[in-house]
Design a protein around this ligand. Structure first.
Ligand code: HEM
Length: 441
């Protein structure tokens, strides 16, 4: 279970049906489900009765303070409303150019690496996407070395939080050995960098980034957010956007490496829609095929393989009793791979997300961005980001998986490639724009 919970929970679904009770550590009751009626009830229809799990909030809140990821109720609702403005269409148009410049910078490095030999796409995608998110938040002037310090602090502290959660008996040791202090030091350094940027920004000309949205936001009584809250909210956005798109892109490249027909069709679509120009947010609805391909990759490899909630009061969802205090585990990976909802679920078939077929899906069985009021606030941003990166990579390079490696998904907080994914990238030979050819799996 500790090594591969996805495998164990999938086996239990096969044995016990789409919802079963599970006792973590033999004591704490959890209800694991892929049943869409139960999922809809918990995440959407009766979401008021469910809070994020204590473990998530307590451990994260300890290091990250107050913010979208760690608050509930009215405090969360108010912040969500204010921050949502940063992810609306008009703002995403504005962010497109910041993202594009950041991507161009990172690609110079990437290009150099590719010329030397194969690259592990996971850390490379992480560097590219994190640079984009960090600059979307803090603007183009955020320094490269500051981005690296913050990124390292997030990965290291996140890993430490996971260890604190799955090995709670080591907590006294973490305290005496200095591990706790070391992680707090990294955390404080990253917070300090963000605090400096925020204080400097308050005295400068306004920017067009998400930070400006947080600074300009006003509560109904006219108050602004305190510096501390702007720091912790922006840190939480960085944490939430840290490993997600990079993870999805890594798996997407891996899947596409065995589908040259799809690669060709995605390329053609980018050429027809964009020609030589870069992508902006208004192009996103026109990129139907590329979007289908990404949706299918997110089905097979959802970065969040599960989300959990704790029931505040006794409840009943469908025919499942949910006692107060129990945890509901929405097993996203399980729903995405269930033969109940998907024909031949292990097969990559982007046509499942064509307009005609999408209508036939059972609702609440494809949940890469979660669902309900606490679903991903950055979903549209992430789609823009993934399409933008894909549009550049696929038009510039041919890519191949290095033979003889073991590719394995390791479900930690995020579904990571356990041993990396090594690929070669070589520059494409320019080709003529053709008609969009057929590409069925
Ligand atoms: C492919 C990329 C992404 C995926 C698959 C993803 C997935 C998710 C999921 C499943 C949730 C719901 C968690 C729950 O219900 O407990 C979530 C929440 C969230 N995501 Fe994303 N995410 C992605 C990218 C991003 C990005 C780029 C950002 C920000 C820049 C972001 C910010 C957030 C935040 C702040 C929340 C918490 C929302 C709240 O509780 O109100 N995400 N994400």
């Amino acid at each position: 279970m500790a090594h591969n919970p996805v495998r164990v929970l999938t086996k239990y679904i096969e044995l016990h049906g789409d919802t079963f009770r599970f006792y973590f550590g033999g004591v704490k009751e959890a209800i694991v489900t892929i049943n869409p009626v139960v999922i809809q009830h918990v995440l959407k229809n009766n979401s008021e009765n469910y809070h994020k799990s204590e473990i998530q909030k307590k451990r994260m809140g300890h290091f990250l303070g107050k913010g979208l990821l760690t608050t509930e109720g009215e405090a969360w609702r108010t912040q969500r409303r204010l921050i949502q403005a940063g992810f609306e269409r008009k703002q995403l148009e504005v962010l497109s150019s910041i993202m594009r410049d950041s991507l161009a910078d990172s690609l110079r490095d990437f290009d150099r690496q590719c010329r030397i030999g194969p690259v592990d796409v996971y850390p490379v995608m992480m560097k590219i996407t994190f640079g984009m998110v960090a600059r979307s938040l803090f603007g183009a002037r955020l320094k490269e070395e500051d981005i690296d310090i913050i990124s390292l602090a997030i990965s290291t502290v996140q890993e430490f939080m996971v260890r604190q959660t799955i090995q709670p008996y080591l907590n006294p040791w973490f305290a005496v050995s200095g591990e706790l202090r070391r992680h707090w030091g990294m955390r404080n350094r990253a917070f300090g960098i963000l605090r400096d940027y925020i204080q400097r920004r308050r005295k400068e000309v306004p920017g067009h980034d998400l930070l400006q949205i947080l600074i300009d936001a006003r509560y109904s009584d006219g108050r602004a957010m305190s510096d501390e809250l702007v720091v912790s909210e922006s840190m939480q956005l960085l944490v939430a956007g840290h490993e997600t798109s990079s993870n999805a892109l890594s798996w997407l490249l891996y899947l596409l490496s065995s589908r040259p027909d799809c690669v060709e069709k995605v390329r053609e679509e980018f050429e027809v829609v964009l020609g030589d120009r870069p992508l902006t947010y208004s192009d996103v609805p026109k990129l139907e095929f590329a979007t289908q391909v990404i949706m299918e990759a997110l089905r097979l490899y959802p970065p969040f393989w599960m989300v959990d909630r704790m029931a505040l009061a006794d409840d009943r969802a469908g025919n499942v009793d949910i006692p107060r205090g129990s945890t509901v585990v929405v097993f996203i990976h399980g729903a995405h791979h269930s033969p109940q909802y998907w024909d031949n679920p292990e097969r990559f078939d982007q046509e499942r997300f064509s307009k005609a077929q999408e209508k036939l899906h059972t609702p609440f069985t494809h949940l890469p961005f979660g669902a309900g009021s606490r679903g991903c606030i950055g979903g549209n941003y992430a789609m823009l980001q993934m399409l933008m990166i894909l549009s550049v990579l696929i038009r510039k390079y041919d890519f191949r998986l290095v033979a003889g490696q073991t590719i394995e998904a390791r479900p930690m907080v995020i579904l990571r490639p356990e041993h990396g994914i090594r690929m070669t990238f070589t520059e494409t030979i320019p080709r003529a724009v053709g008609r969009l050819s057929d590409c069925s799996a």
